[in-house]
Ligand binder design. Sequence first.
Ligand code: BGC
Length: 685
Amino acid sequence: MISEEEVELKVDSLLKELSLEEKFKLMVGYFRFQTNTIPRLGIKTFKMTDGPLGISQHSSFLRKNTYFPAGINLAASWNRKLAHKCGEAIGREARAINRLCVLGPGININRTPFNGRTFEYYSEDPYLNKEIAIPFVKGIQSQRIAACPKHYVANNQETNRHTVNSEIDERTLYEIYLRSFKEIVEEADPWTIMTAYNRVNSEYVNGSSKLLKSTLFEKWGFGGFVMTDWWATRERDIAQPTTEEAVKAGLSIEMPIPILYEKTKLHKAFTEEKITLEDIDHLIKRILKVYAKVGMFEDEKNLPKGERNTKGHQQLARKISEEGIVLLKNGNNLLPLDITKMQKIAVLGPNLKKKFGKFLSGGAAAVSPPYEITPLQGLKEKCKGRVKIIKDPSKADVVLLFMGLNHDSPSSLFSDKTTKSKEEQGNESEGIDRSELGLNAFQTQLINETVKTNPNTVVILINANPVSMDEWLDNIPVLVEAWYPGMEGGRAIANVLFGDVNPSGKLPLTFPKRIEDSPAHKSTKTFPGENLHTHYEEGIYVGYRHFEKNEIEPLFPFGFGLSYTTFRFEEVSSDKNTLMSIDDYLELNVSVTNTGDRAGSEVIQVYSDDVKTTVDRPIKELVGFEKVYLEKGETKSVKVIVKSKDLAFYDVETKDWKVESGDFILHIGNSSDSIQLQKKITYKS
Ligand code: BGC
């Protein structure tokens, strides 16, 4: 890896050579996913590709690549190592096709179950969000490929996504929506960041000195460059920032073509002295630094070798799916299915044979893999020669129903307006939000009729957002959440259903019973907004923070997920009981036993409760977790790190993060509402 010193030297020498004209050229995209070149100085095009789920087809000349499970599935694994491996593999695939930047991870907070892009994002909780994103970014960049966390910031809905104004109070903005960006910048050093389409408190981020210059650069020390989302700066109903505002704020590259940074506009701003050479150099330095880090100026022989569509990557895709699948209900311990004891299984449902890895399915993040194992194919492989697969539920030992949501690319992807045709209801995709929490009438009816015919009915959901289940959940014995499981999904699902894999996924978001229970849905003012303003009235009470404060019983709580075995959390100790500064941390040791009759993994979750505070604080907030694998009967003492900074709130008085001196109760359990141990600690600053 090139040293920081070498990077600085290279950047300084290039900066001296570049003319003003050439600098302007570097500040804009050159068609689709590339930037301009300056051949005389060895500055090549910086090719990018969409990437949260793998190398996307539409940004990589229609290439076929490994299709990993959706971001929400990765987060449901609660497995940092897998997130790192996933980032690393995507980085390798990018390198294999000469891309230098992966446009991911998507780290917007899941504020509403109607958001069309929930599948790309990780969680309603900023802690889980950053804990998955940090290793993912490090994994990508270990291949000397730039990661690009997006969309900075408060891009939490698709309705009117180019013009909507997210109105958020200062504390909430920092504590919930900016928090993961900050942590990722500080801990993973991403080389680029993409701004959001929407406005935040009436300002477009591309022209916001507050959000870019003061926050991202000065407060957090972000060293990479900022680029726009695609066509974000196009003229629409709401005025865009001026060229000088964007330059002064710190926007380095406008994608995919010049609008604000059109040559004549830049020249005009420069001659009128609205922008200086120093301003321009600041943006260019950031760009060149990243170009040096990805190895643009080095002999390719010395750079990491790329590879794609390898067996290893495909197995990793399956492993992520397996670890992210969440068992939500298992009446009569119907699962796992014993292949030796059955003759016939019936399989049905709209998502049984559906493939999701296709051009623009779900939007820009879509990946087209060389193959995709559907649930039906996965089951056929598993049952071959042993169990017959049929369609008639009345003749089967067990029925498997594959339900969920649509994931097609909506027409609104290509226009500025969020249109919703009838067929697009129930769709979850970039460019469109959902408008109903339930499954469609056909699916509800199919579930209820099937279970009447055969009580051994298992419902498997393929979707990203929570769905309501009041019309059918009580009628069925078993429910499995499989998310969008990627190219090996069918095999992963079959492995879980038949017990080759013991499920260990946990919900990264709360499932509400009714949409009115969800924090963003108090009124149309709070979602999807009125007159292009969405008021984040719930403040910091997003996700489980809201359900707990308002004592609303969720359908399934945050962090929840069953296993085929059982675990007991026996005792907790810590290396110290007092934290002395914001940089301090402690180690909890939680002893956990697998009390069931098969091996499995459990997630130890730690939530903090600030006992006495001068500000309003949530009842509980996730501050640590660890996933552990235990053989049957095995006990392990599991180390979970809790950092002071994760106990902090954003103090609007001092405009900084603060932990108040006093006691904290750490609640330790296997979901936000199943706490088994507690430990009191003290913070003394
Ligand atoms: C999306 C981004 C994506 C970009 C390039 C935009 O529509 O919002 O997430 O990276 O397109 O495809």
